[in-house]
Design a protein around this ligand. Structure first.
Ligand code: C2E
Ligand code: MG
Ligand code: MG
Ligand code: MG
Length: 293
């Protein structure tokens, strides 16, 4: 193709390739310093129980406070961290920080508060028993040690079902629950995950986005809820942005929901949201059970 385009085009192409390579090198360099220099942060997004509007869980979302480029979200650096293996160090930091946070929350809200914190992991972390080592090394004693959940994408579990199977069972033994993230997007179905100890599935944002607009998306979510029910697995919806979506999810029997409508990811989580009247959460005025019984 470079030949057809002549010399000028191939040079432009080369320059761009080179710029990208330099950029990746620079970012890799920055990344390898970032853990040591404490540039990572966790942001916290509440997960709301649709039965009573209470927050019982929180998802930890990774951010990189880059010295020059500002606050970066995972899409800007997780793929590179995966390729270079730096995700293993970052993941270790994430678990350490998540459990430190849980210990603070449990100290403040009490040992029976039941609050959970979910952390995300990617492919590299699931391989080679790395995850089990990290959990063994970072898990604290006491109630906070049993309050962590790991979110693994459906895609990942399907790609290496054998490794997934043994790792998930080992995690369950260690008191770490597992959620299946971005559920419904891959080719698998709940039935394929039947042998795995799964706490809940998280309906992919793309289906939630179509609720109220595409009947097909409602059918998919209804199907997921039905299957999950019959298997005793919970259902969380992600990416809820408006009241109509929330109403439909509640009607379909979804257990919990997460999204900008209910709370943005933020550097801190307000423990007052655990209370019976989370008035700061936007919930439809006519929704059942918002104010609790
Ligand atoms: P995810 O686990 O599916 O996380 C949900 C993403 O949706 C988050 O993006 C969140 O900010 C965003 N989100 C939440 N509510 C809404 C909403 O109502 N509408 C829309 N449009 N988006 C919403 P974020 O924080 O950029 O994270 C992207 C992905 O990066 C995550 O997807 C997760 O797969 C990955 N990730 C996050 N933290 C970590 C981590 O600590 N380690 C690893 N390996 N991956 C992580
Ligand atoms: Mg997630
Ligand atoms: Mg998700
Ligand atoms: Mg997602």
């Amino acid at each position: 193709r470079a030949k057809e385009g002549g010399k000028a085009r191939s040079e432009v192409f080369d320059e761009r390739m080179q710029a990208q390579a330099v950029d990746a090198l620079q970012t890799t360099d920055d990344l390898s310093r970032a853990v040591a220099e404490g540039q990572f942060r966790l942001h916290y997004q509440p997960i709301v129980d649709l039965r009573d509007g209470r927050v019982r869980g929180v998802e930890a979302l990774l951010r990189w406070q880059h010295p020059r480029r500002g606050l970066l979200t995972p899409e800007a650096f997780v793929p590179l961290a995966e390729r270079t293996g730096l995700i293993l160090d970052i993941g270790r930091w994430v678990f350490t920080e998540a459990w430190r946070t849980l210990e603070t929350w449990y100290a403040e809200a009490g040992p029976d508060c039941g609050l959970t914190l979910s952390v995300n992991i990617s492919a590299r972390q699931l391989a080679n028993g790395e995850l089990l080592d990290v959990v063994a090394d970072t898990q604290p004693a006491g109630p906070a040690g049993n309050a962590l959940l790991v979110e693994v994408t459906e895609e990942l579990l399907v790609a290496d079902a054998r490794a997934g199977f043994s790792t998930l069972h080992a995690l369950a033994m260690m008191g770490v629950r597992v959620g299946v993230d971005d559920f419904g997007r891959g080719i698998s179905s709940l039935a394929h995950l039947q042998t795995m100890p799964i706490d809940h599935v998280k309906v992919d944002r793309s289906f939630v986005a179509g609720l109220g607009r595409h009947a097909q998306d409602e059918a998919v979510v209804a199907g997921i809820v039905g299957m999950a029910r019959s298997m005793g697995v919970g259902v969380v919806a992600e990416g809820v942005e408006n009241a109509e979506q929330l109403d439909i999810l509640r009607r379909l029997g979804c257990d919990s929901a997460q999204g900008y409508l209910l709370g943005f990811p933020a550097p801190t989580f307000d423990l007052d949201l655990l209370g019976p009247r989370p008035t700061r959460l936007v919930l439809p005025a006519d929704g059942p059970g918002v104010d609790g019984p």
